[in-house]
Write a protein that binds this ligand. Structure first.
Ligand code: ADP
Ligand code: MG
Length: 231
């Protein structure tokens, strides 16, 4: 299907933070590759989703009120379907103990393995205007400031230059014999994310993918997290 070209992707969505599933659904409409996933209202539904996806999955709390899920024990990587109900109960208990509001439910998604973790972000700078950010994700992001910024709109050559100016470029190209990552797929994802930000209109305040996994050459990229903030 052709990507949506107008702000109707935001129609009906509330202001404030959207949850991960809502955020990634917007990204996916513009061609950002996201994990295969389904939301479920309860533990039984989450277990059923895990069986449908097959293999090891990732279980997450689904809540507009929680922007940093792992801080509250809301992310479990590498579960079998049998392990889902107990993990759901533990997550709900943690939320209750923290005094968090009741979540919308759970999100069950494919587990992504390998690749280089990157961050893609969008915000409105009060002086400059709409800005897109590409940076190192995961542990690398905490160790060294490694980000490239551009004002929107951008051309493909700009997205390529953003990748090139990161320290992470060495990792992506295959540092010390590691498999080179799918840099064209990362550039595609930057362009799709930029198109989303350009098309969403003034209601879009912030958007973030932290992280997107850039898989080995020929295997694409996959956004595993997503956050959209609307006005
Ligand atoms: P948070 O809201 O805490 O940022 P994330 O959804 O980003 O939660 O998950 C936390 C971390 O768990 C990610 O940075 C990533 O390393 C790992 N992770 C999350 N989802 C997946 C997945 N589908 N496959 C593999 N690892 C994942
Ligand atoms: Mg995250």
């Amino acid at each position: 299907a052709a990507p949506a070209e107008d702000a109707s992707v935001l129609a009906g969505l509330p202001s404030g933070n959207l949850n991960e599933a809502e955020s990634k659904a917007i990204f996916a409409r513009f061609g950002v590759p996201v994990t295969r996933e389904h939301a479920a209202p309860d533990a039984a539904g989450a277990e059923a989703v895990a069986r449908t996806l097959g293999g090891e999955v990732v279980l997450k709390i689904l809540s507009r009120a929680i922007a940093h899920k792992s801080d509250l024990g809301g992310v479990k990587v590498g579960l079998t379907a049998e392990e889902i109900p107990a993990a759901c109960a533990t997550m709900l208990e943690r939320l209750r103990a923290a005094g968090a509001p009741a979540p919308e439910g759970f999100l069950v998604q494919e587990r992504v393995r390998g690749g280089v973790e990157m961050i893609l972000g969008f915000h409105r700078d009060p002086q400059l205007g709409p800005v897109i950010l590409l940076g190192s994700g995961g542990v690398a992001a905490e160790l060294f400031q490694d980000t490239a910024l551009r004002l929107l709109p951008i051309a493909r050559a700009d997205a390529e230059a953003m990748v090139g100016e990161l320290k992470a470029a060495a990792l992506l190209r295959g540092y010390r014999g590691a498999a080179p990552a799918d840099i064209p797929a990362l550039v595609d994802a930057v362009m799709a994310f930029a198109a989303m930000a350009g098309a969403a209109g003034e209601r879009l305040l912030e958007a973030e993918i932290n992280p997107i996994f850039v898989l080995p050459e020929g295997q694409g990229a996959r956004a595993v997290d997503g956050l959209v903030v609307l006005r």
